[in-house]
Ligand binder design. Structure first.
Ligand code: ZN
Length: 179
């Protein structure tokens, strides 16, 4: 058996294929703000709570976490799926044209603290944590679909990774279904 790691190359691509999938999953193809960069989107104004609900639904995750006022109106967002350390998260939120930063995981002790300080300083900022694997799964599924077109010698199948985490009000462990 040969195991190939085929993920990081997707991020190196121009554009980042994982990010591209976010655009498709969210239906934000016409919201991209290319003047700012490929990870920036200008949305129709929406409350933070509603935006987070839409993301949770479309990424099929039950453990999304959000920091910020649920009533806050979000218009400009930056995204960074998978790992987005504080070195990416903090500068993003420091920009005047980013209300909310949407990502997989971050250095919580730095990024969440930054947002708290920013809010206390009177700025309107928010973080939406999708979860590392949960944020990237649609991109990997898309890769499998593409591979089917040029890898014909062996079957290509995408195996969905069940969500790693659960909430105390909904304790579930779906990994037994994989074995
Ligand atoms: Zn990744």
């Amino acid at each position: 058996m040969v195991v190939l790691h085929l993920h990081d190359a997707l991020h190196i691509g121009m554009p980042d294929a994982i990010q591209q999938t976010l655009m498709k999953v969210m239906g934000w193809e016409n919201n991209i703000n290319l003047d700012a960069g490929r990870n920036f989107f200008e949305l129709a104004p929406i409350s933070l709570a509603k935006l987070a609900q839409e993301i949770a639904e479309k990424f099929n995750t039950r453990t999304i976490r959000v920091e910020g006022d649920p009533e806050m109106i979000v218009k400009n967002v930056m995204t960074s799926l998978g790992n987005a350390g504080a070195d990416r998260c903090v500068p993003a939120l420091g920009r005047d044209d980013v209300d909310a930063f949407i990502f997989g995981e971050t250095d919580e002790w730095e990024s969440a603290g930054y947002v708290l300080d920013a809010i206390k300083a009177g700025r309107k900022k928010a973080l939406i944590y999708i979860g590392h694997m949960e944020s990237e799964q649609p991109g990997m599924k898309h890769l499998a679909e593409q591979m089917k077109e040029y890898v014909t010698e062996v079957p290509v199948e995408f195996i969905t990774l069940p969500e790693l985490f659960w909430r105390t009000d909904n304790p579930v462990w779906e990994f037994e279904q994989l074995s």
